[in-house]
Design a protein around this ligand. Structure first.
Ligand code: ATP
Length: 239
């Protein structure tokens, strides 16, 4: 049993949303969103630009409040790691960038630096440990971000289009690392890449104008009947 597994009979729900609205200024970024995510699921969020994917991830991470409905999380932010399309790197060495995340969670600096090394090795970056993180390529920076997430041993990984700005080779490499990092964890990720969704997800949530229009196991989403809007979206993305 992994460190986050639930004993039998215990409710393994990590996130539960019921009728949730999120407003960003005048925009209804999420409207009446209802879904629940169980421990160990790999959920892909898909939908057109502006459909609410990032907002949903930010809600799960505790970065935006909800204006209506109910939202409960069994994984506080310190049990989560979130990755963005373009990772934030400090003007410091790769090791320091990873160690800082651990130090911010309360680890002593010397221990944090030590713990950064195996995390960098997991993403194949041990040779670049002393390089300035800002001088790395996009794919390398995303690997540093994954090492940073890995080092935190999060129960939940939240990824916002983590490979969107990468070339095809880096995309596949980072995707492989994501699959490894997600093992035994709960994964929620936004993606415009339907191939990636098929490879990584166990379930697909389709959003349109802040509403959940489809929420299906990955096989059913790609092979079963869909609401018309979702069907047209998938057809358009694959065209
Ligand atoms: N800071 C903000 N202030 C006001 N409105 C915002 C803000 N951020 C996002 N929005 C709006 O909220 C809605 C949902 O945006 P969100 O970023 O969640 O969509 P998304 O599905 O992640 O889009 P994309 O695929 O382009 O990343 C959009 O209409 C967007 O314009």
């Amino acid at each position: 049993m992994n460190e986050h597994a639930q004993p039998a009979g215990v409710d393994a729900t990590v996130f539960a949303l019921h009728g949730v609205d999120v407003r960003l200024g005048r925009v209804a970024a999420l409207q009446g969103a209802t879904l629940s995510i169980a421990a160990g699921e790999r959920v892909a969020l898909i939908g057109a630009n502006g459909s609410g994917k990032t907002t949903l991830l930010r809600l799960l991470h505790g970065l935006v409040p909800h204006a209506a409905g109910s939202f409960t999380s069994a994984a506080p932010r310190r049990q989560q790691a979130m990755l963005f399309q373009r990772p934030h790197m400090l003007r410091a060495s790769v090791t320091v960038n990873v160690a800082l995340a651990l130090w911010l969670r309360g680890m002593r600096w010397r221990d944090a630096r030590r713990a950064a090394i195996p995390a960098l090795a997991r993403v194949g970056l041990e040779d670049l440990a002393e390089r300035n993180a800002r001088a790395l390529s996009g794919g390398q920076q995303q690997r540093v971000a994954l090492a940073r997430a890995w080092a935190l041993h999060p129960a939940v990984l939240l990824l916002d289009e983590p490979t969107a700005s990468l070339d095809p080779t880096a995309k596949r490499e980072v995707e492989t690392l994501i699959a490894e990092a997600a093992a035994g964890r709960t994964l929620v990720f936004a993606s415009h890449n339907l191939g990636q969704v098929k490879r990584l997800a166990s379930r697909v949530v389709y959003l349109e104008h802040g509403r959940v229009l489809a929420d299906l196991p990955v096989h059913d989403f790609f092979h079963g009947p869909l609401p018309e809007e979702a069907r047209l979206f998938v057809k358009g993305e694959l065209a």
